[in-house]
Structure formats: C-alpha cells, structure tokens
Design a protein around this ligand. Structure first.
Ligand SMILES: Cc1cc2nc3c(=O)[nH]c(=O)nc-3n(C[C@H](O)[C@H](O)[C@H](O)COP(=O)(O)O)c2cc1C
Length: 303
C-alpha cells in the first residue's frame, strides 16, 4: 500500500530521513531505519574538514527550528564512521542516500567519484553552498546549479543524482529546469528557509551567526508550494521535504507532487520512530479514503 518509486529506486514506504538530522554515523542512520524510514540520507559531506559556525547554532520551539550549524564536516576522506554498517542497511531493504557539498566544481567531481564508488542508492547535491570562484550560492543561479549537476553526473555512474534546492530565491523553478536539462534524475526540495531570532532581554541575535535556516512545521506551506510548482514544471520526480510531521502532512506533500517525503525536524518533536508513526497515519487516512496506493496520490492536487 505504501510502496513508492523515486527515479527508479523502490522504497517500501515514502518516508526518508533528510540530510543533517541524525545522519552523522552509520549507527544513528540505522536507528532511523529501525524507526521506519525507507531511506536514510547522510549528513552532507564536504571536500575538507570544516568546523561550521560557533555555538549557539540551534534554537527551537513548537513551531520551528532555526539553525546555523554551517555544514560542519570531517571531509569526504575522513567520514568512514558514517559509512559503517550502511551496506547492511541496504541488504535489509533500506535505501542509503549520500549527500555532498563543495565550493568548486572540481571538488564536487572529486567527492562524487569517491562517493559513487561506495554504491549509495542516490547522491544528493546540497547546492546551498557558495561557489568560491563565482561567489553566490550554487542554489541561486541556474547556470551554476546546472554546472554542479553536470559535474556530479559525470562521476556518479548509474547512481541517480538529485540536486537539493533552496527556497530562498524566486528563481527556484527556473533553477530546477536547468538542473533537469543538465541531467538531474530528480529534485530534492526544500532546504531551510532563511530566518533570524532575537533574544529581547539580551538585545542580541540568538544565533552566533546571527541568521540561519528555518525548518519544521512553520515552513511546510513554503515547501508544499515549491513541490507543487516543481511537479508542474518538471518531468523528473520530486523528493519533497520541509516541515512534514505527521501522516496528513506526508499526504499533502504527495498530493502536491512528491514521490517520497523527507522528514527531519519532526524527529525532535515525535521521536526516532516518527517514520513508522507517519506511515501508520498515512495508512489510516488511505483506508478511510479508499486509496489503495501512493501512486494514486502523487500529484493528485493537480487534477
Ligand atoms: C540541524 C540541521 C542540519 C541540516 N544539515 C543539512 C545538511 O548537511 N545538508 C542538507 O542538504 N540539508 C541540511 N539540513 C536541511 C534538512 O535536510 C531539510 O531540508 C530541512 O530541515 C527541512 O526539512 P524538515 O523541516 O523536515 O527538517 C539541515 C537541517 C537542520 C535542522
């Protein structure tokens, strides 16, 4: 009933652990898989060891999480602990998605080649990183985003490549189309929404970096709009994410056009078994509404 297909990848249900949440070691990803996730995405890995921003890097309340962790990474040559046990997960029918970011196209090629050799089921490109040579984020410019996709595709072999888009631009659909033309197998959307919080007693921004990215329930309408527009504009599938917390949210993403749904911040609200909970809630809704398969629902809000 819950099986779905994402660019040829068979998923036993539509829930996917998103990048950056628990995907830091093979063990934590195994916990998410035990908690019901059909696929787990690794934390984005960069070209070299990178500390990210100073603390405080995260603030959360019941509506959202605001973070500026700043893509900390041991670098792709030092992230053995993250790959530990992932082959075992794949044997248990859990799909493993890798994620990379870089400042130059050459670095992207280098990382993609190394990652592809480990045979993940999908490679996500976190485009929300500034291009050192061109300045500005890959995610904000169609030509740069397309160049990133070509670079990674050139080294990925048969592994499907999904660029992950930022909602912090009014060119998102144009950027997605450029990625599709460059050979992307699908699109992940959305990354966090730019935001800020101020501690009024301290009269200071809460985050050391001052601004950060919002995730969780508050951004769901932004994500739903993005997925809806992408489904209209593209032929390739969409992995939708941003604030999905329960079964009804997941169904909303799927009706907007997502073939599968990423879940991240909701792990903090509902625990590591949020994936199983979302699946149960989806099944209940589907039974009540006489829906037999996820396929019937993908893009249903467009009809
Ligand atoms: C603490 C934190 C770290 C994140 N790190 C990454 C990352 O390394 N790479 C990436 O592509 N997205 C990263 N994200 C974005 C998430 O993968 C996801 O796109 C976003 O949080 C929206 O989904 P959610 O509302 O279900 O959390 C991070 C998000 C959070 C909250």
């Amino acid at each position: 009933m819950l099986e779905t297909n994402l660019a040829g990848i068979k998923l036993k249900n539509p829930t996917v652990l998103v990048s950056g949440i628990l995907g830091v070691t093979g063990q934590s990803m195994a916990r998410a898989a035990k908690g019901g996730a059909a696929a787990v995405t690794m934390k984005s890995v960069g070209p070299k060891p990178w500390l990210g921003y100073h603390n405080p890097t995260v603030v959360a309340n019941e509506h959202f999480m605001l973070n500026a962790v700043g893509l900390p990474s041991p670098g792709y040559k030092n992230n053995e602990a993250e790959w530990n046990g992932l082959g075992e997960l794949q044997k248990k029918d859990v799909r493993v998605f890798a994620s990379l970011y870089a400042w130059t196209l050459e670095e992207m090629e280098e990382i993609a080649e190394s990652i592809a050799a480990r045979k993940p089921d999908l490679i996500e490109i976190d485009l929300s990183c500034p291009h050192m040579k061109e300045a500005g984020e890959f995610a904000f410019n169609p030509e740069q985003a397309a160049a990133a996709v070509s670079a990674v595709k050139g080294k990925a072999g048969k592994v499907p490549v999904f660029p992950k888009l930022s909602p912090n631009t009014n060119r998102m659909v144009e950027i997605a189309k450029a990625c599709e033309e460059a050979g992307a197998d699908g699109i992940s959307a959305i990354n966090t929404v730019g935001g800020m919080a101020i501690d009024i007693e301290m009269r200071k921004p809460v985050l050391a970096n001052k601004t950060g990215g919002i995730s969780g329930p508050a951004i769901k309408p932004v994500a739903i709009k993005a997925v809806y527009q992408l489904y209209d504009a593209l032929k390739i599938p969409v992995l939708g994410m941003g604030g999905c917390t329960n079964g009804r949210d997941a169904i909303e993403f799927i009706q907007a056009g997502a073939s599968a749904v990423g879940i991240g911040t909701a792990v903090y609200y509902r625990g590591i078994d949020v994936f199983s909970k979302v699946c149960l809630e989806m099944q209940q809704w589907m039974k009540e509404n006489s829906v037999k398969s996820v396929k019937e629902l993908v893009g249903a809000a467009h009809e």
